[in-house]
Each structure stands twice: as C-alpha cells, then as structure tokens.
Design a protein around this ligand. Structure first.
Ligand code: ADP
Ligand code: MG
Length: 392
C-alpha cells in the first residue's frame, strides 16, 4: 500500500481551489528571528507546486510547546518575514482559524495564508474533531507535508484528514516515506546502519527493529559506552546508562552484527579538550570520559561504510558540538559522502545528526527532517499522520 500523493491529483483540477497544507514549521527561533530555515525551505516544493497550479495555499503548523493557549513566544507570526522572503510573495497571517474561511476564499489564486500555531488551541493535541472541523473549513482538500509531526495524532495531522478529502501526502512527506521506507523494505546490500548519540534508551526499539534486517550496525557516541560497561570495561566518567546494561548484553548476544569502537577520544571534562587523547576502549582511566571515536575506529567505520550499498546514519559519533570532539562525526559524514559518490544510497536521520551534516545535504541521498518521526518510522511503527491519508 502506498500513500496517495499530490501528483495523483489532476493538476488542472487544482486551479482556484484552496489547499489546506499541514507543514512542519517548528523552526528554532532566537529573539523573534528564525535561526535555521531548513524546515521552511523543505516545504517549498509543495507550496510552490500548488501556487503554480493556481491553488490558494493555507498553511497549518505547530511551533514549540506552548502550554495551554496563545503565547507570543510561540507565535508563527515570527516566521512570516522569512517565509515571504523564501516564497518571494506576501503571506497573509491568519491569527485565528475560527471563522476564517472567508479570509481563505479572498486569497488571490496562488496566494498564501499562514494560520497561527495550531497548538494555541487545546483541541490540537487531543486530536479533537471539532477543531479539525474548524481547520477543514479553511480548505477544499488536504495535503500533509509535515513528516516531522506525523508520529502524533493531532487535530491538524490526523482528525482533519478524516474530514477533508482528498487527503494526500506532499512532496517532502513522500520523499521521507520513500527513502526511509525503501531503506527498510528492500535495501541494496550490504546495508550498514551507523548509530550514535547520547543514549541507548531512546533508540532501543530502532536497534531491535533494524538488527534482523541489516548487515552491520556500527555503534558510536555515548551509546557505545553502555555496551562496553555491559562487557565489564571501566568507562570512567563517560555517559553510561546502568539500567540499560542488561539490554546491551542481550543485544550483544544476538550475533556479530553490532560493531563497537576500537577506542575513544578521552578527556577529563568537555572543557578540557586540550588534554584529549586516544585510548583503546578497554583502557579508559578513572576520572576521564569518552567524548568521540578514535582514529582507528574512524578508519574502521569508514571502510565498512565504503563497502556498503545502503547506509543509514542516526546519532553523532561524539560530542560534535564541542571541538575537538567533532572529528569522529565529521569523518563519518565524509565517509557517507564518499560512499554516495560511488553509488551508495546514503540517508541521515535525527535532529542532531541533521545539524551535524549541515552543508553536505546536496552530497547525501536524503537527510530526514523528522527527528522523532523518522525514528518511529524506522522502528516499524505506523505513523498516525500517514495512516490518516488516503492509500492507493
Ligand atoms: P539525534 O538527534 O541525531 O537523534 P541524539 O539526540 O540521540 O542524536 O544524540 C545527540 C547528542 O549525543 C549530541 O548532543 C552529542 O553531544 C551527544 N553525544 C554523542 N556522543 C557523546 C559522548 N561520547 N558523550 C556524551 N554525549 C555524547
Ligand atoms: Mg537529538
């Protein structure tokens, strides 16, 4: 079964209609300004396609986690200027979706409206059909392009799709489903997964879902420390999850597909990076912590990535925000780019991982914009926002 997409609707039938489009404009803001417009840009293909076909585009999104009602800190008004710049067109801001249907009808053909933060209305997170009805009145059909929000059954992602038909996937949503879905269903082999990041706990289900399908899982980041602790190695002051050690032990016993780092880059603390040095994984001294994979591991992982035909990467190899502990993550990013150049499919998922490969997007097959959603999808879960769309 595949989700019905925007291109399944006859283009000439879009002229003059109102497209209600759920996007993921949950962008980082600082002092009222957008600091990273990746998510705005990611929605442009869908918005521009609809505009070119003569549709009026009404955008719905959440922003942040406002508690119990309107809060200027989380107003989508703050992104209007950036959106106008990217679209090269004015955006009509709709502060309240209630009784705004007339406003949406007044938009010019190809015009764009942006509804205030969906989470300002209490029904949003309750998947309330009444709020969904309010949203549905703003469009003639529904497009969901918010893959990053698809793991939540909210009024603007799920209930609205039951009321407003056709309900189809936008281009970004389709791309995410295609790449993440194909990687799981029919990966070209060898299929190598690189996993890192802070904790095993958030990624257990992913590891378990992927283990039987992959040829190798390369483990880096603090996650590796819990595996080593489970093997009885002293990990100094490294980030270890003692309560996950039994699980780590059981995963290790499931075969030889888990590849752990040969050694790590250690330091007495993050602030004392100048004292960083490399040690084998079983020789982390008391009072020191592992903050990155060592040079030998970078070479080993790069060689394994080079042999792969499909590579999926989630989670940085070290504390990449704090140099010099970014070197391992950079080395893996370079290895993916090199593998891609030789024809491998390279997919990166996860919020921090996407930040770590910023600037390299053109040299990777796909960088997922959906952090939690991409993880849940890779776990094999059905995403409510996807299930709510029509299937063909
Ligand atoms: P993603 O958002 O891509 O899914 P995570 O959120 O799981 O990734 O993990 C990212 C975080 O993991 C980063 O903030 C990074 O600093 C941290 N991290 C990676 N390696 C280590 C380590 N060895 N020690 C402490 N933190 C680490
Ligand atoms: Mg993260």
């Amino acid at each position: 079964m595949t989700t019905r997409g925007l291109r399944d609707l006859p283009p000439q039938a879009l002229d003059g209609t109102r497209a209600l489009v759920r996007v993921d404009f949950n962008v980082p803001l600082k002092d009222g300004a957008v600091t990273d417009d990746t998510r705005l840009r990611a929605a442009l293909p869908t918005i521009n396609y609809l505009r070119e076909k003569g549709a009026r585009v009404i955008l719905l999104s959440h922003l942040g986690r406002p508690k119990g009602g309107p809060d200027p800190t989380y107003s989508l008004k703050q992104i209007v200027r950036d959106l106008e710049r990217l679209l090269g067109a004015p955006v009509e801001f709709i502060p309240d979706p209630t009784a705004a249907a007339a406003t949406t009808r007044r938009l010019p053909r190809g015009g764009v409206g942006l509804v205030e933060n969906t989470r300002f209305w209490p029904g949003e997170e309750k998947n309330d059909p009444e709020l969904a009805k309010t949203f549905a009145a703003l469009g003639d059909f529904y497009v969901n392009d918010a893959f990053g929000s698809a793991h939540r059954a909210h009024a603007s992602t799920a209930a609205v799709a039951a009321l407003l038909k056709p309900a189809v996937a936008g281009f970004l949503m389709e791309k995410e489903l295609q790449y993440l879905g194909e990687a799981l269903r029919e990966p070209r082999r060898p299929f190598v997964v690189v996993l890192g990041g802070a904790k095993i706990s958030g990624k257990i289900d992913v590891i378990q879902a992927l283990l039987p399908r992959v040829d190798e899982i390369l483990i880096g980041g603090a996650m590796a420390c819990t595996f080593f602790a489970a093997m009885g190695f002293g990990m100094g002051t490294s980030l270890v999850e003692p309560d996950r050690m039994p699980l780590a032990r059981s995963l290790l016993s499931q075969g030889s597909t888990l590849i752990l780092p040969r050694g790590g880059v250690i330091a007495p603390s993050l602030e004392r990076g100048a004292e960083a040095r490399e040690v084998p994984s079983d020789q982390v001294p008391e009072g020191w912590a592992v903050y990155d994979i060592d040079t030998a591991t970078r070479h080993d992982f790069a060689a394994r990535v080079a042999r792969a035909k499909t590579i999926l990467w989630n989670g940085p190899m070290g504390v990449f925000e704090t140099p010099p502990f970014d070197a391992g993550t950079r080395a893996i990013a370079a290895a993916l780019v090199a593998a891609g150049r030789k024809g491998a499919v390279t997919i990166v998922g996860g919020g921090d991982s996407a930040a770590a490969v910023a600037g390299l997007e053109d040299q990777l097959t796909h960088v997922s914009t959906g952090g939690g959603a991409s993880l849940e999808f890779l776990e094999g879960k059905t995403l409510p926002g996807v299930a709510a769309l029509e299937q063909v």
